[in-house]
Design a protein around this ligand. Structure first.
Ligand SMILES: Cc1ncc(COP(=O)(O)O)c(C=O)c1O
Length: 402
């Protein structure tokens, strides 16, 4: 028997890679501060649970393959408020943004065709692109330039006859980089002029910490209707990762038909989760304002703590809830292993996601980490203290004198 080439080209998730070591550390009584996974700790709005409780059908049936009409309507209304007019058929509900990404890749890629993605990027993109037989052409950025990638020349240089799409995450995971209006327009123009799909993953749209960005979406550019594919999700917006509800949005009719086939093949997204998710779209604006404020505070805590550690290179992220930083260690993977196996302060230690798997380019990100600031303020402060202590001890014990 044989495992497929496409599956063999995929990598295990870097966010979960150290899970067995973490389990072992916990079994030994250690407390771990998890900065490795983008799972928000903010309470999901009660509206979700109320809607689920009120569900009274005697049979739990499949919902429609394109998605529950009530949820599609709720999403249309939400987009209308953002200034984006959508028809019901422009929205296909998926099992999280993850399935939206997978179905998009399966719909637009053939073996050896290419997607341009700025790196570092969300590592599961590799799985989605490779599952479809595609290739990632990475637009390399690094800590010294604050991971900014909106450079017309650099993007255009990567376009080949095999390019099918440009994919951006805005706001960015893992970098927190946010595109301003001019940069979004420039990328939209490149997609339009070169007849490429523009996959805009906007699952962190509400989390922009400078008011100049507003609530960004490529959806307002109506002249790229044929090119644009928006990836969206309730996971981060409503702190509802376990609902597993997202959507793919496109006005490209041919692509809609292709996506629909994949939606039909998995019959339906979970019926009850869609009911809960549709109620989420009616939550008060205050929920977003409060969340944003909380994350802004956490970002400030993490960035100022990182700036206090000698040798760390970090730029203040403008969106999402991640920060990428270069640490004064030889290898972030080795450092994480050591933190879990050896380092303890008051029987506590800390976890982050090592940086290398966020890059396609070999050798990049070796001493970088992604920190998800998804813990309460006091826990974040303690986690950053542990990181500082850990770096000092690791440098003294595990690294040769520089
Ligand atoms: C950039 C980005 N896109 C998509 C997703 C998928 O999330 P979900 O499947 O929960 O919607 C994530 C999750 O962390 C993400 O960070």
């Amino acid at each position: 028997m044989k495992i497929s080439i496409n599956a063999n080209r995929c990598e295990p998730s870097p966010m979960r890679k150290f899970h067995p070591l973490a389990v072992k550390a916990k079994k030994s009584g250690a407390k771990i501060y998890h900065l490795n996974i983008g799972q928000p700790d903010i309470a999901t709005p009660q509206a979700f649970y109320d809607a689920v409780k009120d569900f009274s059908e005697s049979t739990l049936a499949y919902d429609a393959s394109p998605g529950a009409p009530i949820l599609i309507e709720a999403i249309r209304n939400y987009y209308k408020k953002l200034g984006v007019e959508l028809e019901p058929e422009d929205i296909l509900i998926t099992t999280g943004g993850s399935e939206a990404l997978l179905f998009t890749c399966l719909s637009i890629l053939d073996p050896y065709t290419e997607v341009i993605i700025p790196e570092p990027y969300y590592p599961n993109y590799t799985t989605f692109v490779h599952a479809a037989g595609g290739v990632i052409r990475a637009l390399h950025t690094g800590p010294e330039e604050g991971y900014h990638y909106a450079d017309k020349k650099r993007i255009k240089k990567l376009i080949t006859k095999n390019t099918r799409a440009i994919m951006v995450t805005n706001p960015g995971n893992p970098t927190g980089v946010v595109l301003d209006e001019k940069e979004m327009r420039m990328i939209a123009d490149i997609a339009k002029e070169n007849d490429l799909f523009l996959i805009s993953d906007e699952v962190y749209r509400e989390f922009c910490y400078d008011d100049k960005y507003g609530i960004p979406t490529m959806g307002r550019f109506t002249d790229i209707d044929d090119n644009l594919v928006i990836i969206d999700s309730v996971s981060k917006r409503f702190s509802a990762c376990g609902a597993r509800v997202g959507c793919v949005i496109t006005k490209n009719k041919e692509l809609q038909q292709a996506l629909l086939k994949f939606c039909q093949s998995r019959l339906s997204v979970a019926t009850i989760d869609q009911i809960g998710a549709s109620a989420l779209y009616s939550v008060d604006e205050k929920f977003f304002a409060d969340c944003k404020e909380e994350y802004r505070r956490r970002r400030d805590t993490v960035v100022s703590a990182l700036r206090n550690i000698p040798g760390v290179m970090v730029e203040e992220p403008m969106g999402a809830f991640y920060v990428m930083a270069q640490l004064p260690v030889d290898n972030a993977d080795k450092f994480q292993r050591w933190l879990l196996e050896t380092f303890r302060d008051n029987n506590e230690t800390v976890m982050f996601a090592p940086g290398a798997p966020f890059y396609e380019t070999p050798g990049s990100g070796i001493n970088e980490v992604r920190i998800a600031y998804v813990l309460r303020q006091e826990d974040l402060e303690r986690a950053m203290e542990l990181l500082k202590l850990g770096i000092a001890q690791y440098r003294a014990e595990c690294m040769d004198e520089e």
